[in-house]
Design a protein around this ligand. Structure first.
Ligand code: SF4
Length: 385
């Protein structure tokens, strides 16, 4: 009986949705051509029927009820504690769906993220039906969010977007990536800067929150200035609630690698990226939302705060990194890519960890020189994708 209770989930979610209930509304990406994106490359896009999604929502509800029942049986008043969580995780007959709901109830975020890449491709009235059913089955949910492409959003009228908001969709995450048409075009993003602006404004006008993902490094060494300035320009026009940085990484399975290998696309180094982000932040002049650097791919996690009040603080973080000696920057980069450091302040915090990093650098230098260290940094960074 337990085994039969499971529902479908997709492969990814934004970092800040790690503790949300993940519900798959469509499968994969209807565009799937962006050169930098490895996520759905071998997967075919498909819509899911409203009935199928509703069935999954009902299953998630049933699982949640069963987990709460377990809590009562353990004398824990329906609360999902460590004990309940361990009970579910340690039972082999409870699969991923159970674990996912148990963790969600344990974290008590009351937040839900709809997967996969572009759920606004669904007919608006169908998505409204799904949202209403979800709210009905989980009345405690306080926030429902989704990814959507700007090109899809501009095909929806303001009324349709308002209907979605009314039905309970609170926030849309958009992969803006760049505000430069040259960069968007080169990377086959399938959208223009004007469409990004139009889409962003529509989402906000409909009363939803807007989270825009920006990809430092996407312009490469040839277009980095344009990328930084024009992306900031688009964001100045939109003024979204959140700007989230997610730096470009190029693991083996992304299409852009071919252009990197042929010399058609020159990757930015970490230090160049920091320069680019500085120019980008300096160019944000009409933004009043939050900047977050909450992705492990980013070098400086503390490039974060609310604009414009925290602009100087953010620039201070960047300049602190730039003022480090070459060797200190290297130690930080190795520590950061290894998941040990989050901020340059960490360089001073733990002498034992620092010594380990220094020893590692010494060893690799001996074996394979500076090239070996750069390879280590690249490989450890790419493992997170
Ligand atoms: S639209 Fe998003 S999910 Fe689809 S290929 Fe581009 S980056 Fe990847």
């Amino acid at each position: 009986m337990v085994k039969t209770l499971r529902f479908e989930q997709g492969p990814i979610r934004p970092p800040n949705e790690a503790r949300s209930f993940l519900l798959r509304v469509t499968r994969n990406c209807p565009w799937n051509r962006c050169l930098f994106c490895p996520v759905y490359k071998t997967k075919k896009f498909s819509l899911r029927s409203v009935e199928e999604i509703k069935k999954d929502i009902q299953t998630a509800r049933d699982i949640a009820d069963r987990i709460i029942e377990i809590s009562w049986k353990l004398g824990l008043n329906g609360v999902v504690t460590d004990e309940v969580l361990n009970h579910v995780i340690n039972k082999p007959e409870c699969g991923m769906s159970w674990q996912s709901i148990a963790v969600w109830l344990y974290c008590r975020t009351n937040e839900c993220f709809l997967q996969d890449a572009d759920n606004l491709v669904m007919k608006p009235e169908e998505l409204v039906e799904v949202l209403k059913f979800l709210r009905e089955k989980f009345p405690d949910i306080t926030r429902i969010t989704t990814y959507a492409r700007s090109r899809t959003i501009v095909r929806r009228s303001l009324e349709e977007l308002k209907d979605l908001r009314q039905a309970g969709l609170n926030r849309i995450h958009v992969g803006l990536e760049s505000g430069s048409d040259a960069v968007l075009n080169f990377m086959k993003k399938g959208v223009t800067a004007v469409q990004h602006i139009d889409a962003g404004k529509r989402v906000l006008d409909a009363g939803m929150e807007l989270s825009e993902y920006v990809m430092p490094g996407l312009g490469g060494q040839d277009l980095w200035r344009e990328h930084a300035i024009e992306t900031a320009h688009v964001l100045n026009e939109i003024n979204p609630d959140f700007i989230r940085l997610r730096s470009l990484r190029v693991p083996d399975r992304v299409s852009i690698l071919e252009k990197v290998n042929s010399g058609e696309f020159n990757m930015m180094t970490d230090d160049m990226l920091v320069d680019e982000i500085k120019l980008f932040v300096n160019s944000l002049v009409r933004v009043t939302g939050v900047i977050a650097s909450d992705h492990i791919m980013n070098l400086l996690e503390d490039v974060a705060g609310r604009m414009p009040d925290d602009k100087e603080k953010i620039l201070g973080v960047i300049m602190k990194y730039q003022k480090l000696s070459d060797e200190e920057r290297l130690i930080y980069r190795v520590g950061r890519r290894g998941g040990i450091y989050h901020s340059t302040d960490d360089l001073e915090r733990d002498p034992v960890k620092r010594k380990k990093i220094e020893d590692l650098i010494f060893q690799i230098r001996l074996e394979s020189g500076e090239e070996g260290i750069e390879k280590l940094i690249a490989d450890t960074g790419n493992q997170y994708i």
